[in-house]
Design a protein around this ligand. Sequence first.
Ligand code: MN9
Length: 298
Amino acid sequence: MTKKTAREIKGIISALLVPFDSKGKVNEAGLRQVVRHNIDNMKVAGLYVGGSTGENFLLDMAIKKQIFEIVKDEVKDQVKLIAQVGGPNVYEAIELGKFATDLDYDAISAVTPFYYKFSFAEVKQYYKDITEAVDNDLIIYSIPVLTGINMGMAEFKELFELDNIVGVKFTAADFFLLERLRKAFPDVLIYSGFDEMLYPAAIYHVDGAIGSTYNVNGLRARGILEAVNEGNHEKALKLQNESNDLIEAVLANGLYPTLKRILQLQGANKGEFLSRKPMASMTADQKEEAERIFKNYL
Ligand code: MN9
């Protein structure tokens, strides 16, 4: 029996950025500021913790748990919390899922297992194992460009039939599939995963969006959802155009390091805001470019 609080997770959800120090440890004071910035200034509806954006796949389990704890302690019940627990190690996913559920996270999420070329039968068994062991709602994290796991209608249908699977974070540019999924599964929560495609995803009635750039651009993203709801497509397009000027420049300069530098410029600036190795730190030129991006596009 799950609590089913996941059903209420709608709107803009930041894939939480995590500042690390030069030793690769979590900068706790900085992380708390990033959480506050998301809630107080970006007005997000929720946080997605332990995603690609959190550099999760570069972390050991103790650090993943530490991040889940710090974030919950800072958020309390102010916004919805989703814990991404998946990866190739299903035993770890289960342990993390239980851990986050005990911390009262509203839902867990699990990326399709990656690295080995798993068959769909194996992917399905992975979701069965996690959902049977963890008493919480689960949101599938589908990001074929990074995992190599491509699923179509038939595969999603089988996964949505599993107990406790309530949604999908759909990080793909396949709008045909997105439209078909929305039409076929009106009760499944569908989250847009590519921030640069939020407006078209909103036209297809996604329930919300989970992404990295919302840490710094959450207000415009909210505006896109509101504009589409009001039927004001001119405004939605304008906000997406402005967002994409920002996203294009951020991607060209190095995604996560640039977003972290912008966070500092927006006032979340205690301690170091580095990435975990082997992700490179920014050069002086990249830092300068990040400052230019902040001035021009935010
Ligand atoms: O999960 C994010 N994906 C990755 C969502 O970071 C791999 C997105 O928010 C992208 O960072 C963003 C920029 O391409 O759309």
